[in-house]
Design a protein around this ligand. Structure first.
Ligand code: ZN
Ligand code: ZN
Length: 362
């Protein structure tokens, strides 16, 4: 991974954002910048320097993983280590603006920092500079994402035979997760969603002790983490006979999903797929049952920028990887969602998820 280049890019953004330094405390951002995968760390990025801080538990791991930056290990918390480093290394006089990731710093941590900060330092809410950089994936990241997506899709195929009436949702999820670890996954991207029958109308119905019904939809939303990168996919399968209302809803979602995919191309707004998909569902009288946004970026984390929803200002750029996942949820009856991962290319997009979207009746 090109950690040095990422750090240099970030350093180059500080001045134009009126920051003298950025204190990075959000762990996925730290991983993005230097490769560290542990659970306690802070990073300080100034125009001239980059410094990584962790505690004694991670001495060896930091040595093995962290690239492109100085490593400082001590018993104290990484946050206080960073503050102390700033005290000892004043790069220039006068007042200093230290940017912090305000969304990822607790009030308690902030108080502790302030009590220890040198007087010339001023804390400032930093814009999401790293999150913005993370939106566009480089070649190596895309390769890893492709592998994660392929593994996720294989797991789905392997798990299908276990979906029979009477089998518990949690048993289906367990088979899938067990196969994932056997295949080399580091973990699941999120707790597997297997939501059957009336539970399929819960957009985030985690696999429960409920048994799969004789007939009805099963929404399966799952993903694996492979080499740090997540996959995310949803398929809705039908058990037994499908009512005409349910079939109509399925076909409408499928059509909306395809139209939303067709709206993904560089230079257009990330809100476009949402608008296009919602319009089609409205025609079918289903728009009011589409209760979430159309998609999100995926990478080191399962939910990243951009958010594919109305009112978002971001523009699609080549290298972005997003999900397209419209769904409709009829309370007490059934739900349908179809989700693919899509890579924005130079002249359009490529659907990464290989699984068929025809209604699968088992
Ligand atoms: Zn999903
Ligand atoms: Zn998703």
């Amino acid at each position: 991974m090109q950690y040095k280049r990422r750090q240099a890019t970030l350093r180059g953004l500080l001045a134009s954002n009126r920051l003298d330094a950025l204190l990075v405390t959000r762990l996925p951002n730290i991983r993005y910048l230097c490769g560290f995968t542990g659970s306690a760390a802070a990073m300080l990025v100034t125009e001239r320097n980059c410094c990584f801080f962790t505690d004694g538990r991670y001495t060896e791991q930091a040595k093995a993983e962290v690239q492109g930056t100085k490593i400082i290990v001590d018993r104290k918390s990484p946050l206080l280590l960073a503050v102390e480093w700033l005290k000892k290394n004043p790069e220039r006089g006068g007042r200093w603006s230290l940017g912090v990731e305000a969304e990822y710093l607790t009030l308690a941590a902030c108080r502790r920092m302030k009590a220890n900060l040198p007087s010339h330092l001023r804390l400032k809410f930093a814009p999401p500079l790293i999150e913005r950089a993370r939106m566009v994936k480089d070649t190596e990241e895309i390769q890893r994402i492709r592998k994660a997506v392929a593994m996720g899709a294989r797991l789905f195929d392997q798990t299908l035979p276990t979906m029979r009436p009477g089998v518990k949702e949690i048993e289906v999820a367990a088979v899938m997760e067990h196969s994932a670890y056997n295949a080399g996954a580091e973990g699941m991207s999120f707790p597997t969603i297997i939501a059957s029958g009336a539970r399929s109308a819960l957009p985030h119905g985690r696999a429960s002790q409920s048994a799969l019904p004789v007939s009805g939809f099963v929404v399966c939303d799952f993903g694996v983490i492979l080499a740090g990168y997540c996959s995310d996919q949803t398929r809705t399968v039908a058990l037994g006979r499908t009512s005409s209302e349910a079939r109509h809803a399925y076909e409408a979602v499928k059509e909306a999903q395809q139209a939303a995919i067709d709206a993904v191309r560089p230079g257009t707004s990330v809100s476009e797929p949402d608008e296009v998909g919602r319009k089609l569902l409205k025609k079918q009288g289903l728009a009011r049952y589409f209760t979430h946004s159309t998609g999100h970026g995926v990478g080191l984390e399962i939910h990243e920028d951009p958010r594919l929803a109305a009112g978002q200002n971001e523009i699609f750029r080549p290298g972005m990887v997003v999900t397209i996942e419209p769904g409709v949820y009829l309370p007490g009856k059934f739900g349908v969602r179809i989700e693919d991962m899509v890579l924005v290319t130079e002249n359009g997009c490529e659907v990464l998820t290989p699984t068929s979207k025809e209604l699968l009746e088992i």
